[in-house]
Write a protein that binds this ligand. Structure first.
Ligand code: NAD
Length: 298
């Protein structure tokens, strides 16, 4: 068997077109262009030399390009890397208060001296278009409408576009982080899948993953999922992004070996990655409804 390739780039092209026309319609209706604020902590002097700075350049450039293609204005808000928690929070408070800003995203990881938990209630939930705040996480947990982490939305989008049935099916998520594994498991549960979450302390991982009709790898460990981990014919989604010492990028799945066993498989690169920024844009466009109807359902 050779797995069907779930081509994220092809899906991304389709979604980009859909969002661009949705954006045109909403702008005609509202009379303004939606704005996404991208908050980045970095030092100009380091740009292009330090690894962190160039990673953040790539991040900002990709978000800006994606925003442009779907008719959203990206506004980059730069703060020095050494900024204190209160300086970052003051910037976010200012953006929360600006009615012309419809979505806010903060580049992660934060510099080492800042704890990510300061962000839990720092962004207005209606503008939290990457679903990092506690209100949106709580809404997801309570099975209420919520903005969710873009990566999780991207996984659900690929499964839906590939018409993978979820209700009643056995789904295993490898990875239990607050930004990927956990919210993704809740989204899958919301769709009536029978979900197991595995993590670094799971004993006999293959015994779990071999049961999966849909297997999602989100551990950040190259080669973790081998052919022995995969039930023949399963749908395998590889969320991992691992940069090798050679500079190449691979996922968590042993692609060549698993392709011979799985029924369908997302590649890395070119699987989940291309959809992630588009999911941020989609949640920004949908935020416009909240701006129009303050106090409406979120
Ligand atoms: P994380 O380090 O916060 O969490 C990793 C999780 O995997 C933990 O729950 C850990 O217990 C589990 N894990 C680690 N090693 C394991 C092992 N050997 N066996 C079983 N479980 C193991 O990472 P994260 O932020 O959740 O990201 C996970 C991966 O997804 C990374 O490769 C990251 O780069 C990638 N990622 C991709 C996107 C995207 O857009 N495609 C976005 C975010 C993260």
């Amino acid at each position: 068997m050779t797995a069907e390739l779930l081509d994220g780039r092809r899906y991304a092209d389709m979604i980009r077109e859909e969002l661009a026309s949705e954006s045109v319609e909403r702008q005609a209706d509202l009379g303004y262009v939606p704005v996404l604020a991208i908050v980045v902590l970095r030092d100009r002097a380091e740009m292009g030399s330090a690894a962190m700075a160039s990673a953040s350049d790539v991040y900002v450039r990709q978000l800006r390009r994606t925003a442009r293609t779907v008719g959203i204005t990206a506004r980059v808000v730069e703060l020095p890397t050494r900024s204190s928690a209160s300086e970052l929070l003051a910037t976010l408070a200012r953006l929360n208060a600006e009615s012309q800003v419809h979505g806010i995203i903060v580049q992660l990881p934060l510099p080492a001296h800042l704890d990510r938990s300061i962000l839990l209630d720092a962004i207005d939930p209606a503008k939290d278009v990457d679903g990092i705040g506690a209100i949106n996480a709580g809404a997801l947990f309570l099975n209420q409408p919520a903005r969710v982490p873009a990566t999780c939305a991207a996984v659900m989008e690929v499964l839906d576009r590939a018409q993978v049935p979820l209700a009643g099916r056995r789904v295993v998520v490898v990875g239990a982080s607050a930004v990927v594994g956990r919210p993704l498991a809740l989204l899958l549960l919301r769709r009536d899948a029978t979900v197991s979450i595995c993590h670094i302390y799971t004993r006999d991982l293959p015994a779990f993953t071999r049961q999966a009709e849909v297997l999602v790898a989100a551990a950040g460990k190259p080669g973790l999922i081998t052919a022995d981990h995969v039930r023949p014919g399963a749908v395998v989604v590889d969320v991992g992004i691992n940069v090798l010492p050679t500079g190449g990028v691979v996922g968590d799945v042993d692609y060549a070996a698993v392709r011979a066993v799985a029924g369908a498989l997302t590649p890395v690169p070119g699987g989940i990655g291309p959809l992630t920024n588009l999911m941020v844009m989609r949640q920004t466009l949908r935020s416009l409804d909240d701006h129009r109807e303050p106090g409406g359902a979120r």
